[in-house]
Design a protein around this ligand. Structure first.
Ligand code: GRF
Length: 193
């Protein structure tokens, strides 16, 4: 078996997608290792999960820098201390700028709670409900300089039910996100990383 794919996780909050990926790394479903977890929010719950699992954490707030590029340069300096084959955005609520994009060309992926190209940006589940969709879902895609616009790796669909609220639909999509993200990473591993 080839050596495990080294993953850096970028997150901003809860970190349930990170947890799902970690579970699959630990139970051997995914031939991957999480080398570090970065957050732009020092209080992110996902950082606690990382620490509880003996995974190195990095927290840097953009507010501590005069501009976004200086922030990203600081993030990159820290990330470069780790072996990284793939950068996995898991609820990282910042756009990626040229500094990070150029440092990891075609090596940054994201998960978005809609069937892209529909409903880019924030509140995707609410957007789907308001548009009267009968089907929603999630998309794992490469990150490029277009918001939620990079090439699609994998999608999973769920039905939109008549009485759905943003919360109930989000929960149904999130269940699929937890499956989809590891499947997409495994797909990339099978393709050679
Ligand atoms: C997920 O819905 C993901 O699709 C979106 O942000 C949310 C993150 O959730 N990009 P979690 O932090 O992984 O629980």
């Amino acid at each position: 078996m080839s050596s495990p794919l080294q993953i850096a996780i970028l997150l901003s909050g809860r970190g349930s997608n990170f947890q799902a990926i970690l579970n699959n790394c630990l139970n051997g479903t995914l031939n991957a290792t999480i080398s570090c977890v970065f957050s732009n929010k020092p209080e992110a719950k996902g950082l606690e999960t990382a620490t509880a699992n003996q995974i190195d954490t990095i927290a840097i707030s953009p507010n501590d820098f005069p501009n976004f590029d200086d922030y990203e340069k600081a993030v990159l300096t820290e990330l470069q201390k780790y072996p990284i084959d793939l950068v996995v955005c898991a609820g990282y609520m910042r756009i990626l700028g040229p500094t990070l994009l150029n440092a990891f060309p075609n090596k940054i992926i994201n998960i978005h709670p809609s069937l892209l190209p529909k409903f880019k940006g924030l509140n995707a589940q609410k957007q789907a409900l308001e548009a009267g969709e009968t089907e929603a879902g999630c998309t794992v895609h490469y990150v490029n300089d277009e918001l939620d616009g990079g090439p699609i790796i994998l999608q999973k669909k769920v039905p939109v039910l008549e009485n759905d609220t943003v919360e109930s639909l989000s929960d149904r999509i999130l269940e699929q996100e937890h499956i989809a993200y590891s499947e997409a990473i495994q797909q990339l591993i099978n393709q050679g990383g």
